[in-house]
Design a protein around this ligand. Sequence first.
Ligand code: GLU
Length: 279
Amino acid sequence: MKINHSIRVGIGVMALAVVASASACGGGEPRSALRSASEGTLTVGIKYDQPGLGLRNPDRSFTGFDVEVAEYVAGKLGVAPENITFKESPSAQRETLIQNGEVDFVAATYTISDARKDKVDFAGPYFIAGQSLLVQSDNTEITGPDSLNDAKKLCSVTGSTPAQTVKDNYAQDVQLQEFDTYSACVEALRNGAVDAVTTDDIILAGYAVRYPGELKVVGQPFTQEPYGIGLAKGDDETRSKINDAIDEMIKDGSWERAFNDTVGASGYPIPAPPTVDRY
Ligand code: GLU
């Protein structure tokens, strides 16, 4: 009797939790960024903890290349920076945030992938990064993915493509620990709880410069990570407008200026801009 009762209570609590989280997600309909823009505002998903790319500063301002790209695109859709609301978008939540209509679009070091294209669409790419490794500066053992052996502890982020690549290709060599954010991985690396952090080289470069003499990026990039702007699946009109905006950002010199002003500080060399893929 007692067991039955607690199971029933448990199911009731679970049902309530599902209802509560559905309503917290704002109704669940994807948004059209063009429609939001025509009403004067945009909500944009970015990272809050990635120096050079998407960072919320102590004064609550936002800086980084993704922020610059988002503001440029918003401008082309007719929305001024002060009318953008930024929303933190951890790697594992990006598709859901778009699908539930909690953001109009996502500019958050977001790799365009076929698996993600089942749920969202992408404009871009506006940048092509590659997966790499971050270690403590005095580490001479880890020099690239092939030196990840002897059950090394490697940190990456839940729901990210680098974590998936490790599971697919290096699972037998390393112990993968998945956190919600790269800043949490970097703390674990600094205090010795893990041996290395893996994600895109451009993200790791931002952390390396934040802790000079303490952390370094090693090896050559071993994947291609084309960054797209994630938006509601099937919203071809918005996708095409955002693609136009990225094209213009590259052509009018804003892309290069934005890169130098943000990522430039890390010493990451500016590559040739990518070509937008109008799939
Ligand atoms: N670009 C990769 C991804 O989209 C890694 C960076 C991130 O997690 O934001 O998963």
